[in-house]
Design a protein around this ligand. Sequence first.
Ligand code: FAD
Ligand code: NAG
Ligand code: NAG
Ligand code: NAG
Ligand code: NAG
Ligand code: NAG
Ligand code: NAG
Length: 503
Amino acid sequence: MSDLIHTPHSASYSSVFQFSIRNPRFNNTSASRRPIAIITPITVSQVQSAVLCSRRHGLQVRVRSGGHDFEGMSYISSAPSQPFLLIDLINLRNVTVDVPTKSAWVQAGAVLGELYHSIASASGTLAFPAGICPSVGVGGHISGGGYGMLLRKYGMAADNVLDARLVDAEGRILDRAGMGEDVFWAIRGGGGNTYGVVVSWKVKLVPVPRRVTGFKVSKTSEGSLTKVIQRYQHVVDKLPDDLMIMLTLSRIDSAAAQGQTIIQAEFLGLYLGETESLLTVMKQSFPELELTEEGCTEMSWIESALYCAGYPKNTSYDELLNSRNSSSLQFAKLKAKSDYVQRPLPVRALQGIWRSFDQVEAGPPLVQMVPHGGRMSRISNSSIPYPHRSGNIYKIQYFASWFGEDKKVEKRHLHWINGLYRFMTPYVSNNPRGAYPNSRDLDLGVNDPVGRTSYKQARVWGEQYFKHNFERLARVKAAIDPSNFFRNEQSVPPFVRMTTGRV
Ligand SMILES: Cc1cc2nc3c(=O)[nH]c(=O)nc-3n(C[C@H](O)[C@H](O)[C@H](O)COP(=O)(O)OP(=O)(O)OC[C@H]3O[C@@H](n4cnc5c(N)ncnc54)[C@H](O)[C@@H]3O)c2cc1C
Ligand SMILES: *[C@@H]1O[C@H](CO)[C@@H](O)[C@H](O)[C@H]1NC(C)=O
Ligand SMILES: *[C@@H]1O[C@H](CO)[C@@H](O)[C@H](O)[C@H]1NC(C)=O
Ligand SMILES: *[C@@H]1O[C@H](CO)[C@@H](O)[C@H](O)[C@H]1NC(C)=O
Ligand SMILES: *[C@@H]1O[C@H](CO)[C@@H](O)[C@H](O)[C@H]1NC(C)=O
Ligand SMILES: *[C@@H]1O[C@H](CO)[C@@H](O)[C@H](O)[C@H]1NC(C)=O
Ligand SMILES: *[C@@H]1O[C@H](CO)[C@@H](O)[C@H](O)[C@H]1NC(C)=O
C-alpha cells in the first residue's frame, strides 16, 4: 500500500501530480493549493479506505480520472484552508466489453482512447458515443455529459449508461439498484466529485456501419465564408441523425496573411453511411459547402475516431493506447467558456467574432460549433441532468490558449475570451444563459470554500448548467451526502429547507 501513497516528501509526488494535468495553467500552483497526499488505488476497496480515512481525519477529497477539468478542479483547490487528499484513478482502467449484450464495464480511470480501442478490438460494428479527444477520462467526462461525433445519432455519453459503481461518503460501494434511481440519475451528468467516487460505468454500446465516411472542408474569409456559415446554421440541426458536422473557427497566422487577419472555418464531418448517399444529402441540404467525392474518406468507426482527433493518416488504432502519454499531449494553457445558440447568429454577430480574433496575439483563439438536433432533440430535458435539448441549434465552445509564464500574456487572453463572451450575450440562450457542465467555467460563480454555500446562491450558476434539473440535483445531494463531504468550487450543494434558516 505504501507505494500507492505519495506525500510531498516522496520522490514520486511531483511526477504523479503532474502526469494527468491537462491544463498546464495549473502545473505550478502553490503548494498550499495542492493535495496534502495523493493515493493511486489499484483496488476498489482502497478507494473505500481512502474516503473513510479522509473523513476520519477531517480531510476533503478530490478525485481525478483523466485530468481534463478546464479549471483544474480535480487536483487543485482554491482554498488553502481546506487540505485534501487526491484520489487519482490512473490505475483503475480496465475495460470489459461484452459483444452479445452490446455493453461494456469501464473503470473510471480509463481514457476514451482506451475504451474505444477495447470496443474496436471486440467488434467492427459497435461504438460508444463520447468525446473526440482520446485522452479525456471517462470518470469526469460522463459525470458532466460528454459529446462527440455520434451526438446527433445517439445523444451524450451520459445518455448511454446502464449501471455504475459508486463509492459514497459512507465508504459503501453502490450499484444502480443499491444507490437508487435518483442518485443514478444525478451521477449521469450532474457533475463530478459531488455524489461520490464513480469507480466504474456500465455503458451501452451502439451499432455503427462497417464503413463510415469522414470529411474535412476548409473555407477562409477570402471566399464566401459568411454565406456558407449562414446556411450551416439553418440546416445543421435538421440534417439526418447519421450526419454530424462540427465547425471550428480560427485565425490563420502566417506570412501569407501579410498582417491581415484571415479567418478559417474548418468543417469536420462524420456520416454513418457511404460516400454516395452522403453526397446526395449534401447536394440537397448544404450545397454551399461544395463537398466532393474526393473530399470524402470511407473508413471504419475506429479509424474515424483517429481521423476526427487529428492523427496522421494510416495511424494504427493501437496508438489510442498511448492516449495519455503520446507526444501529442503538448497542451497549451487553456480557458474555456460555452454558450447555446437557439436562433441563427446574424451576420453582425459573425463579424464581431471575426473582429475579436484581431484582438489577441497568436494562440490561436478558437470558436467551435457543436450541432445538436437529431436524437438530442428527442431526449427529454429531464431524462438526465443535461438539460440543453430541443430548441438548441448548436453549442458554442470558446477557447483561449497560450503558452509561457508571462502573466501579461495570460491577462490578454482572458480579456479576449471575456470580451467575446460579453459581446455574444444578445445572440445566445438567456434566462438562464446556458452553459455546458464539462466546459467548467468558474467565472459563472463559485461555492464558499468551507462548504456552506446555500442552495440559493449556487442556483445562479447551477441553473446555467442544469436549468430546472438543478433543484432535483440538490435534493439528491442532500439525500446521498448531506454533510457535503464531496465538494469543490462548483459542486451542487445539498438542498436545505427554509425552516432551517438556510435555503
Ligand atoms: C483537450 C480537451 C478536449 C476535450 N474534448 C471534449 C470533447 O470532445 N467532448 C466533451 O464533451 N468534452 C471534452 N472536454 C471536456 C471534458 O469532457 C471534461 O473536462 C471532463 O470533465 C474531463 O474528464 P476527466 O476525467 O478527463 O477530468 P478530471 O479533471 O479528472 O475530472 C473532471 C471533474 O470530474 C470529477 N471526477 C473525475 N473522475 C471522477 C470519478 N471517477 N467520480 C466522480 N467524479 C470524478 C473531478 O473531480 C472533476 O471535478 C475536453 C477537455 C479538454 C481539456
Ligand atoms: C509541468 O512542469 C514540469 C516541470 O516543471 C514539466 O516536466 C511538465 O511537462 C509540465 N506539465 C505540463 C502539463 O505542462
Ligand atoms: C512557478 O511559479 C513561481 C512563482 O509564481 C515562478 O517563480 C516560477 O518561475 C514558476 N516555475 C515554472 C517552472 O513555471
Ligand atoms: C483488471 O483486469 C485484470 C485482467 O482481467 C484483472 O486481473 C484485474 O484484477 C483487474 N483489475 C481491477 C482493478 O479490476
Ligand atoms: C494507407 O494505407 C493504405 C492501405 O494499406 C495504402 O494504400 C495507402 O497508400 C496508405 N496511405 C498513406 C498516406 O500512407
Ligand atoms: C506510455 O507509453 C508507453 C509506450 O509508449 C507504455 O509502455 C506505457 O504503458 C504508457 N503509459 C501509460 C500510463 O499509458
Ligand atoms: C423542459 O422544458 C419544459 C418546456 O419548455 C420546461 O417547462 C421545463 O422547465 C424544462 N425542464 C428543464 C429541466 O429545464
